[in-house]
Write a protein that binds this ligand. Sequence first.
Ligand code: HAM
Length: 413
Amino acid sequence: MIQRPKGTKDILPEEIGLWQYIEEIAKDIMQNYGFSEIRVPVFEHTELFQRGVGGTTDVVQKEMYTFNDKGERSITLRPEGTAGIIRAYIENGMASMPTPVKLWYNMAMYRYENVQKGRLREFHQIGAELIGTSSFEADVETICMAKRMIDRLELNTVKLNLNSIGCKSCRAEYQEALKNWIKPNLSKYCETCQSRYEKNPMRILDCKERTCKELNHGAPKILDYLCEECKMHFENVKKMLNALEIDYKIDSDIVRGLDYYTKTVFEFVDEQTGLTVLGGGRYDNLVEELDGGVPTPAIGFAMGVERIADMISKQKQIEQKKPKLYIAQIGEEANIFATKLVEELRNKNVYVVKDVTGKSLKAQFKYADRICAKYVITIGETEINEKMVILKNMVTGEQMQVALNADDIVNKI
Ligand code: HAM
């Protein structure tokens, strides 16, 4: 038997109700905040992620599904959504749209991860990108929208953690201080950290290796190195969040795993499992870096749908939609009659089921029971002649006579 590849998941019919529940809440909230949905290709030129996400990140160094296509072009399955969306924004001239441009997406992502709880190789993100403004109000609105999703999904153990990682200029000073602090112990760090020391020392703070984590205790904090503008921006974000009574914790260890971030970064973390269910931040240089043109600041986030679905499934059951009516039938004439009747009822938007396999009457009743149909009617020669049928409520056992036509049946169910 061929099995699904490691790190992938089948989303089965019994789980789909939960997925649709999450997706509908997300869509509803995104639309109310003025975001329009966008869908971009599953694969892009590898260079997009190397330049966009950053050559020293785990995602680019270790986790991309990269291959040469038949035309010898290097292609990569998208490991995240932001780079592809910014490529689409530039390529489709969206800069000429009214600012800010607000886009949301629900897409599968691919990362060659070490598979473990909450870490898959194919996973889904619902995300949002607000492009074209550097205002702190945009940060606040984005965080508010993310928080609203967490609240509507009733994820009460998920808390907001906030940090600022500054801009290019204040970060340069910080990175020097960090490097000087790390230098005496550099040889004790893991190989990956050592390789990042020169090009991207902040990534060392995000290393999951126990030894590196211990070595990092007491490292200088980026918040102490913010330039006046970044400091003011962060103060304003916090002030507005306070005014909105949105709880948050400052976590100076948040550096995020992707290189494009600047200033405000945030993560919504489940306190029970320690898993981040939603992460995001400002990325003021990405558009410019990809198209070499006009500076276009932006901010966004993405939430991990599998992680959210997993949390909700432990807390409550999302009921699958059940058939309103099952039409059982016996005999050839009744079969034709019932086939016409189900189609008439479907014209009236009723969820109705009729046998299409030639089951016996007994087997039809058993099937109606298994699919949890709320009502059942049984059509035979007598019912057709008398134009009346018994409508049975399968939940209460109650029975009543109704006229055998779509209008009368709809009125009684
Ligand atoms: P990220 O932090 O890499 O950010 O991913 C966002 C969320 O996707 C994570 O918080 C997590 O819930 C989920 N996720 C990530 N990797 C996996 C995995 N291997 N298995 C299951 N779930 C996973 C980004 O991708 C950015 N593009 C977010 C963003 C948008 N920033 C600005 N705009």
